[in-house]
Design a binder for this molecule. Sequence first.
Ligand SMILES: Cc1cc2nc3c(=O)[nH]c(=O)nc-3n(C[C@H](O)[C@H](O)[C@H](O)COP(=O)(O)OP(=O)(O)OC[C@H]3O[C@@H](n4cnc5c(N)ncnc54)[C@H](O)[C@@H]3O)c2cc1C
Ligand SMILES: *[C@@H]1O[C@H](CO)[C@@H](O)[C@H](O)[C@H]1NC(C)=O
Ligand SMILES: *[C@@H]1O[C@H](CO)[C@@H](O)[C@H](O)[C@H]1NC(C)=O
Length: 432
Amino acid sequence: MTKIPNPRVCIIGAGLAGLISARYLQDEGISFTVLEGTQYVGGTWRYDPRVGTDEYGQPLQTSMYKNLRTNLPKPTMELRGFPLPEDAPSFMKRETVYKYIEDYVKHFDLEKRIKFLHKVILVSREENIWKVKHQNVATGEEFEDEYDYVFVATGHFNKPNYPDIAGEKLFTGTIIHSHDYRERDNFKDRRVLIVGAGPSGLDIAIDVAYVSKTLVHSHHSKAPLKTVFPEHYIKKPDIKEFNTTGVIFEDGSYEDIDDVIYCTGYQYYLPFLDISCGLEWDRQCVKPLHKYMVNIHQPTMLFLGAIVRACLVVALDAQARYAAVLVKGDFTLPSKENMLEEWNRKVETIRTNGRPLSDLHVIADAEDSYYAALTDESGIERVPPHMMKIHKLLLRTMFDNLYTFRDYVYTILDDENVKVSIENETENTRTV
Ligand SMILES: Cc1cc2nc3c(=O)[nH]c(=O)nc-3n(C[C@H](O)[C@H](O)[C@H](O)COP(=O)(O)OP(=O)(O)OC[C@H]3O[C@@H](n4cnc5c(N)ncnc54)[C@H](O)[C@@H]3O)c2cc1C
Ligand SMILES: *[C@@H]1O[C@H](CO)[C@@H](O)[C@H](O)[C@H]1NC(C)=O
Ligand SMILES: *[C@@H]1O[C@H](CO)[C@@H](O)[C@H](O)[C@H]1NC(C)=O
């Protein structure tokens, strides 16, 4: 691909992914516009007590709940070159993170580059240019701009994935998705069923169990969960079916249930991508992408944050730096053939292991090698290996005890070493 002179970039979304990208494009002196469908920055980190649609009739994007604290410790939540407040705790409350994002926007003076209430409705590729159609959600007015690059930063924890369970229509209790979970008080003295044991399922189970009458947790997680739950917590296998009053599980057992919270994850949802973008997407995945990011058939389109099971903020920061130097023309991508070959190998591995294609977005154990690969290809400063170490230690403490994993403090000693300590218990300090 030849270098594009004076490129114009469209960033879709002003959540963390879009904002971090904006900051690095600005650093490089590249011209860009951020189109954001709501009137706020921060995407999912902006708590909204409402569910459903907003005042413009648009689906609420946020999945935050009132008592949320981060599930990652401070060093992995810090944006490069913008330290978190000294006095912020190891695992911050959502409002602390949101304030930090707002401060980031002020510090880098990004607001003037964002068109709020402009929702992107169509992105198409015509004659070597991107046409981006967007609509002012307040007035309904439509616009179309041309860009050389498109950064898709629309998040992927905002479109709920609902399971399809027999008899659901018969059930007379309430059913919500974790996307619409806001506060536990609604579940006081209720018999609540939580479905799923991903990050949301585990966290919401703990939150609700403080007030609910019973907490039935249906999941098939193979994670080595050792938490000792309170007595009214009942572990169950997958659901077989609903009837009017409750749920029958795969093992034939039954529980009376008042409320169900599906913590069954989110889908990829990119309805604005025209077929000319050269991508395929469904609820499970977007394909084909090079390095979880570059649209292989139209490599001037990049996806920021289309990854799961990583230190997301750190990964986003690395992706945004890679994207900025790519646009600047500091490095060239591998050939399309090579990118496709690597992609096909990845798909093949997933198929032979009998894994779902959603694994195409999973980073997990490959996190450190991913950072190394981004640096190899683009020359960006490498994310130090301690990030991966923190993540591993964190998972261990989390599996050990969901009630106490947030008591640990992670201190970075150098690029390789991390100190883990429990607040006020210095004898437990260990270095790894
Ligand atoms: C409940 C929950 C807890 C989490 N906890 C943590 C945590 O502890 N630590 C962590 O690192 N990560 C956590 N995450 C992950 C979190 O998603 C990331 O931290 C980060 O917010 C991702 O940012 P994003 O910009 O990719 O997406 P989002 O924050 O979803 O932002 C996307 C933005 O794009 C806009 N948008 C969408 N479609 C359009 C369109 N068509 N046109 C214009 N604008 C559009 C949206 O309005 C939104 O502002 C959590 C996520 C959830 C849901
Ligand atoms: C639902 O099924 C369970 C288990 O079979 C049963 O005990 C319960 O009475 C059923 N509820 C109704 C309203 O039929
Ligand atoms: C740790 O000690 C400090 C000062 O003694 C105290 O303010 C703080 O609440 C303690 N933290 C915990 C988790 O006990």
